[in-house]
Design a protein around this ligand. Structure first.
Ligand code: OAD
Length: 251
């Protein structure tokens, strides 16, 4: 098998030796499936105003509008599938002794692809949560936005995603911090690294001497200091990484 020159010797060495490998993903990983990213030229936040759609205040003011926006995104997800990048991350989980995936994505595509240990920092768009009593509903409920879904307590249901101005689930965040502290190899994939606290994770990993690899089409906030930057589409690069890993195993 031919050696892949896209990845450095150091990265291959770390893949061989790391006891814990962590990958943090962002919207870029789902872009090749047809899910729009948030920033960049065609990003969702260029076309829509986050403060009207993705805040608790927006929901109180106009729950119908917020539901229209989330139904639009849910319906989009029904028509698309995970891409080779998602599947390559499943392969990495199978091939490595300890591999953990942390995602900022709410689209559930990692789980649909078959990843088992996904830490969903920003929730999951396919689940609902009561705005009043916080009860979680695991089955997605498709509604036409004119009849707003309600909880058994009478409160309005909302999508179970983290909105601007809201705190992340502390237990989930602690798990992400711990994994970032303890890993020896950390991948930052398809994220602009602008939104905190997720954006803090590569810094935590770096402080604890992990080798940091960024896979992204464009330069980001962290590109200047990562150990290795691989420019390109995650759906093309990650499958090659899996091939390289197979190559290591054969040699
Ligand atoms: P962004 O939209 O901010 O960034 C997407 C990144 O993906 C950019 O850096 C692109 O260059 C890169 N990219 C695009 N296509 C790619 C591809 N095929 N392969 C590799 N990289 C690619 O998305 P996030 O960083 O995920 O929050 O945004 C973070 C959070 O901001 C989201 O979780 C969301 C948003 O507001 C919540 O919903 C709470």
């Amino acid at each position: 098998m031919k050696k892949n020159t896209l990845f450095s010797e150091q990265l291959i060495q770390r893949l061989k030796e790391a006891h814990l490998v962590v990958a943090l993903t962002g919207a870029g990983v789902s872009a090749e499936s047809g899910v729009p990213t948030f920033r960049g030229a065609d990003g969702l936040w260029k076309q829509f105003r986050a403060e009207e759609l993705a805040t608790p205040q927006a929901f109180v003011k106009n729950p119908q509008l917020v539901w229209e926006w989330y139904n639009y995104r849910r319906n989009l997800l029904k028509k698309i599938d995970p891409n080779p990048g998602h599947y390559a991350l499943v392969e990495l989980e199978k091939a490595l002794a300890s591999f953990h995936l942390i995602t900022q994505n709410v689209d559930g595509l990692h789980t649909r692809a078959g990843s088992g240990k996904v830490v969903e920092l920003h929730g999951n768009i396919l689940r609902n949560k009561c705005f009043n009593c916080q009860k979680i509903y695991f089955e997605p409920e498709y509604n036409d936005s004119s009849t707003l879904p309600k909880c058994s307590c009478g409160g309005l249901l909302r999508p179970n995603v983290v909105w601007f101005g809201e705190m992340l689930d502390q237990e989930i965040l602690d798990r992400a911090y711990r994994l970032s502290e303890e890993c020896q190899l950390f991948f930052s994939i398809g994220t602009s690294s602008l939104v905190y606290p997720a954006a803090e994770l590569p810094y935590i990993a770096k402080r604890n001497k992990a080798y940091i690899v960024e896979i992204n089409l464009e330069k980001t906030e962290i590109s200047g200091w990562v150990n290795e930057r691989i420019a390109g589409k995650s759906g093309e690069i990650l499958p090659q990484l899996v091939e390289s890993l197979k190559c290591i195993r054969m040699n």
